[in-house]
Design a protein around this ligand. Sequence first.
Ligand code: ATP
Length: 538
Amino acid sequence: MQEKNDNLMETIISLCKRRGFIYQGSEIYGGLAGTYDYGPLGVTLKNNIKSLWWKKFVESREDMYGVDAAIIMNSEVWKASGHVETFADPLVECSKCGLRVRPDQVIENKEEFLEEKNKWIEDVVNKTLEEVSNWHNEIESILSKIKPLYDSISEEERKSFIEAISPTIDKVNSMLQKSEKNINLAKFILDELSKSDKYIGFITQYYLNKFVLCPNSNCKGHDSWTIPRMFNMMFRTQIGAVEDSSATVYLRPETAQGMFVNFKNVVDSFHPKLPFGLAQIGKAFRNEITPRDFIFRVREFEQMEIEYFLRPEDWEKYFEYWKNEILEWIEMVGIDMSKVYELEVEGADLAHYSKRTIDFEFDFPFGRKELYGLAYRTDFDLKNHNLSYQDEETNTKIIPHVIEPSLGVDRTVIALLLSAYKEDKSGEEVRPYLAFNPTIAPVVCAVSPLLKNKPELREYAHLVYRMLKDEFGRVMWDDNGNIGKRYRRQDEIGTPWCIVVDFDTLTDNQVTIRDRDTGKQERVKKEDIIDYIKDKMN
Ligand code: ATP
């Protein structure tokens, strides 16, 4: 079991609010569960992540085509993709207070649950097998009693005996066949039950009632859970003025379908050769039963997804390739690699469209959870949308297969904040700082005059500020409080460099540049500042 570290999470959440990264959604009206708003620093951080991703996976490649599809699509898309049928999570309800939760999110000890599950399966299946085989044995024993009697009678007597009992023999034969079938059925159930890890109704209800109290602090009910039922997570709305079922549309639960429905358009416009990909960054919406853990599980979030189309025989090679690309991305964006794990998704956890999936998990303070996913979607989607590809090389029509690297922007933000957060201790004083990689830091550098009330320093500093702002954009003016306080403030939001204009600057045209991580200061000529920063950024 992962140890919980709620303090770190609280520190990050409060820093995000205080310093303008992330606020609770609709806060002045008491908030709205599962929604968050990004403030000025948060939106810049998010944009930097997205543009780094776009640069790496779209602009720098020759085989990638970007799209930006509409969020609301024809409902037929979601029928064809299987989402109307199967995009559902199990939901249990506390019958005392009505709270609804996803069972796997309130089961804290997954190992204990698995143990209970296995015990339960064994018990049920053993009983069934025993019953069926007892029945089988009984018939066998009746037959073995009849056999000596049958052997001891004459040919004539046998004939009339068989005639007399033939209806009974037929019955026995069919019962034997049935019992054989039942044994096989019981074995099949055993197999299926052991494969599916999460959502077996009875065991889930039994387990919850035995071990899990209702998390609602005003209720804390026990033995009150209903049996799980499936709940579709797509947000539904109406389009146009007529409110009938034909006007029902959905907010997309993934960006992927926006790429599949544009597959033909892109192929017709650009004639790409296999393998090639479509890429998209955009919002996705899921009516999560239990949104939780800050921006980890929200109802409105952003995804950065690629659908990579290839010849079916190449899927294993490209699965491996995209696995490495994701790992490379994780390192390049600045997520702590030592907290990242690959999990081969199996059994019931595998999505309805996938033949193989790897989850990239991260050690969050609230447990080891999915950061990104990599799925082999086969030809599931193109086939369901009746789409194909004319392979000019072989002059045949094929349905390409698909590898999908799927990255959540918000989960990237939270993993980054957790990876970057550091504390230096010198004596009693603690210096918290965010060691963001400069490419994604919301502020590249802050500029300040040594003293706020000296016009000549302010004027010079403002020239430097303007020059840097024109070059990097993400530059902050900071003249509040003393220099030490300004450094602390910039450290806390992860600004890599603070630039100070002092009285010497007025004569030697040099500024002081102070490094966030080492605290080291260097004097740099005004005309060299841009190159100095660019050098360090590369
Ligand atoms: P989970 O098991 O955590 O619900 P999932 O397997 O349903 O996630 P996918 O359908 O694979 O997630 O979505 C791809 C990516 O989108 C995830 O790896 C994650 O980064 C992000 N994501 C999915 N659901 C959410 C959510 N509710 N809030 C924030 N990000 C999400």
